[in-house]
Design a protein around this ligand. Structure first.
Ligand code: ADP
Length: 421
């Protein structure tokens, strides 16, 4: 049963709902419009239901209705119809495309942005299956496969050179709401940021090499009073050089969409990684290698080496002397896993989700003292993404950490042979 609302309460409630939607949208993904769109559509559905509920008893009454009842009903209907118009016109002005779909994914309603971004036309497309209307676009296959995850960076069917972020949200009885947001300007900003970082790193590379070269030429024994300063200058110029190299590596990985499919012999890569760990540890840790996967990887040997050795180098740098480090390469039901476990400082749970961000450090002083650039795990994440692999981290402060890279079957090869394992 619907609750009668006085003339001012209904618009006030609808407005409050929209404000709450804006707040939720902002909290969920920093985008007010998507929250407002969701609430607006929910309110439209609610109002339609109210109209139905309110008219049903009146229609069902057998006795003739009195003029007073008729007037009340008409006033209420006009008020609701006006709220509905307001909501519709608000939703049609949203910058994001909004498409209401029925239980058969046929188009029930769409706003103006959906015409521009998705190329929908009214009245032509009303009642048409959306998948059919978008047959020429990547969105069609995504809808056919159930649209379980949002689709990012897809070309806008209705607007050349625009990219969309699209999601399909269920509501009501098997109905859906398709939301599409134009992310072209974000992509452009991201491109500017990438170019800036790449250009700055590139420009810094030569002067740093020159400075480092001259510093190497000065023999501390010739200037004993400056020996300590010279040592520090050399260490810092080396660190800056490493940061520049890591930034250039990241820029390259970010612009790359796929890697060369080469065989990466794991037996020799694991042996190299272990040797590097021993050189870095200089006998301060016990390092164990357990390799039972009997599989090679398919991908970029250089990038995989960089990622796998980064994890080992971190284990050495964040484990106090006397600790244990175990490198494993083993089969899993999904493929194979490369992992590095240590008995080091560990990482509090609050930091785990942000570890792969550039320059994110749990402890800045410890990272700097250990010679880190703050970019290692960011590189690891990008390399793994390019190999369709995932990084999982488990850690407990004071006990240690395990960084595991999970590779799928498609990335595995039989050692020495040419067949997939
Ligand atoms: P860094 O060059 O600072 O080591 P990374 O991106 O490799 O940069 O790592 C980011 C941060 O994650 C480090 O600063 C450190 O705080 C934490 N970290 C990484 N690996 C480990 C580990 N094995 N044990 C403890 N902390 C770690």
């Amino acid at each position: 049963m619907s609750i009668p609302l006085s003339s001012w309460r209904l618009p006030a409630l609808l407005t409050a709902g929209l404000a709450a939607g804006a707040l939720l949208g902002w909290l969920a993904d920093r985008h007010v419009a998507s929250g407002v769109a969701l609430v607006a559509v929910a309110e439209i559905v609610l109002l339609l239901t109210r109209i139905r509920h309110q008219t049903r008893p009146i229609m069902a009454v057998r006795a003739p209705i009195t003029p007073l009842q008729h007037d009340r009903f008409m006033t209420r209907s006009r008020r609701i119809a006006s709220s509905l118009r307001d909501l519709r016109s608000a939703a049609s002005q949203l910058p994001d495309a909004v498409v209401l779909l029925d239980h058969q994914q046929q188009v029930r309603w769409f706003n103006r942005a959906a015409e521009n971004l998705l190329g929908l036309r009214r009245p032509r497309d009303r009642g048409q299956p959306l998948q059919q209307r978008l047959a020429a676009s990547d969105l069609s296959g995504w809808l056919r496969d159930g649209a379980l995850e949002p689709l990012n960076d897809v070309a806008a069917p209705g607007q050349a050179n625009s990219q969309l972020n699209v999601s399909l949200l269920p509501f009501g009885k098997r109905q859906h709401l398709l939301l599409a947001r134009d992310i072209s300007h974000l992509n452009r900003l991201e491109q500017i940021r990438r170019d800036f970082v790449a250009n700055v790193s590139h420009e810094l590379r030569t002067p740093l090499t020159v400075i480092h070269g001259y510093l190497e030429l000065i023999d501390p024994e010739d200037v004993p009073e400056l020996a300590a300063v010279l040592g520090e200058m050399r260490a810092q110029s080396k660190r800056m050089g490493q940061i520049v190299e890591d930034l250039l590596t990241l820029s390259r990985l970010e612009t790359q969409h796929q890697v060369a499919d080469e065989r990466v012999p794991m037996a020799s890569l694991l042996a190299t990684v272990r040797k590097e760990a021993e050189a870095l540890s200089q006998g301060r840790h016990e390092i164990t290698l357990q390799s039972s996967a009997e599989a090679d990887l398919l991908g970029s040997p250089k990038d995989l080496h960089s990622a796998l050795s980064n994890l080992v180098s971190n284990a050495v740098r964040y484990t106090p002397a006397g600790g244990h480090i175990t490198i494993r390469w083993q089969r899993t039901p999904q493929g194979a896993m490369y992992s590095v476990s240590d008995t080091g400082f560990g990482i509090p749970a609050a930091h785990l989700a942000r570890l792969t961000e550039r320059f994110y450090r749990v402890s800045s002083s410890r990272s700097r003292d250990s010679g880190g650039t703050g970019l290692g795990l960011s590189i690891v994440k990008h390399v793994l993404n390019l190999h369709q692999a995932q990084l999982h981290v488990e850690s407990a402060p004071g006990i240690g950490s395990t960084f595991a890279c999970h590779f799928g079957h498609a990335r595995l090869l039989m050692p020495g042979g040419s067949d997939e394992s």
